[in-house]
Design a protein around this ligand. Structure first.
Ligand SMILES: Cc1cc2nc3c(=O)[nH]c(=O)nc-3n(C[C@H](O)[C@H](O)[C@H](O)COP(=O)(O)O)c2cc1C
Length: 329
């Protein structure tokens, strides 16, 4: 008997390649009660001809530090190595394995992985079944799809394929592959998937603020709601917290410290990641002090900085400074 889904709350942090490695996940998880943010996922691990070794999957998961589970996401198109990687993931300690059928990248699409598989619901079903069989009731296996490749006509068929294969939960990113990351997120597609299957559905796509989380659940009937990009611009989105510039700066400092202490990211990689988030958080309003043009200009200079130390010093100064009320100019 497969254990129930281990999530501790209704909101989930989406898997995001190049972002949601263990340090970022921990910086987010540490800021939320498990009753709200109920779980997270690793970035996808691409499986090709051979199973992924247990050690490298354990590294992707990192040690468990919070009550929320972190699902390990795999992406592949060959049932043999994919199923063997599910077994390795469980031996690495994954409390849940998620299968990626949504990646739009041409590199993987061309190799018939990720969203390319959405053209073949029968292959989605066979892959899920192979992975569920490999899991052998030890952990739940879940699937994450987009609404289709070019259009959403086969959405119900895809949802039923994942269910028939034995998935314990289906995440629906409501865009098609061709829609990329466009703004036009049609939550009606999530409701269609909910109506098509009996397994719980996790809705995903264009949640922008905290209130959207509950709204997606009430409008679509999905059991969980997953946030991707908005968690980069506002890591507090899973709670109804109005974070200010000092909180944003402290988040980035904590994140930088985790990357350097724990994961041995060098200064260049740490700086790259910080700049990536600095850009997102400022655009989300967390770091920007509205009506403070000199600081904004300063931030822009930091985005182009080539050395880590001055950026850390600038963040430290902002983290310690009392937060003045925003003064629109
Ligand atoms: C930078 C980036 C990396 C992503 N990497 C993954 C991934 O590894 N696995 C996956 O299933 N989806 C991935 N996605 C898709 C997100 O999980 C999510 O489905 C998508 O961003 C839509 O949600 P949003 O509108 O809340 O951002 C990625 C998205 C972005 C922006």
């Amino acid at each position: 008997m497969t254990p129930p889904l281990p999530f501790t709350g209704p909101w989930l942090l989406a898997p995001m390649e190049g972002v949601t490695e263990a340090c970022f996940r921990d910086a987010v998880l540490s800021r939320h009660a498990p009753e709200g943010l109920g779980g997270a996922f690793t970035e996808f691990v691409r499986v090709r001809e051979r199973a992924i070794p247990v050690e490298s999957l354990a590294e992707r998961l990192g040690p468990r530090r919070f009550p929320q589970p972190v699902g390990l996401q795999l992406m592949g198109s060959d049932p043999g190595p994919l199923a063997a990687s599910v077994d390795a993931a469980i031996r690495a300690g994954a409390p849940l394995v998620d299968l990626n059928f949504g990646c739009p990248s041409p590199k993987h699409f061309g190799a018939c992985a990720g969203s390319a598989l959405l053209a073949w619901p029968e292959r989605v079903e066979a892959l899920v079944r192979a992975c569920v069989t490999a899991a052998d009731g030890r952990v739940p296996v879940t699937a994450k799809i987009r609404s289709g490749v070019e259009d959403d006509r086969r959405l119900e068929e895809l949802a039923r394929a994942a269910e028939a294969g034995g998935a314990s939960m289906l995440t629906v990113h409501c865009r098609t592959r061709d829609e990329g990351y466009r703004d036009c997120a049609d939550w009606g597609r999530i409701a269609r998937a909910v109506a098509a299957v009996r397994i719980p559905v996790c809705g995903n796509g264009s949640i922008r603020r905290h209130g959207d989380l509950a709204r997606m659940r009430s409008e679509t009937g999905c059991a969980w709601a997953m946030v991707g990009r908005a968690a980069l611009s506002n890591p507090w989105i899973f709670s109804d917290v109005a974070a200010g510039p000092a909180d944003g700066a402290r988040f980035l400092l904590d994140y930088a410290a985790l990357m350097q202490e724990r994961s041995g990211f060098g200064a260049v990689r740490t700086l790259f990641r910080l700049r990536q988030l600095l850009g997102c958080m400022a655009s989300g309003g967390v770091l920007a002090r509205a009506g403070e043009p000199p600081a904004e200009a300063d931030r822009r200079r930091k985005l182009q900085a080539e050395d880590l130390a001055p950026v850390l010093a600038w963040l430290e100064e902002r983290a310690c400074a009392p937060v003045a009320a925003a003064q629109p100019v």
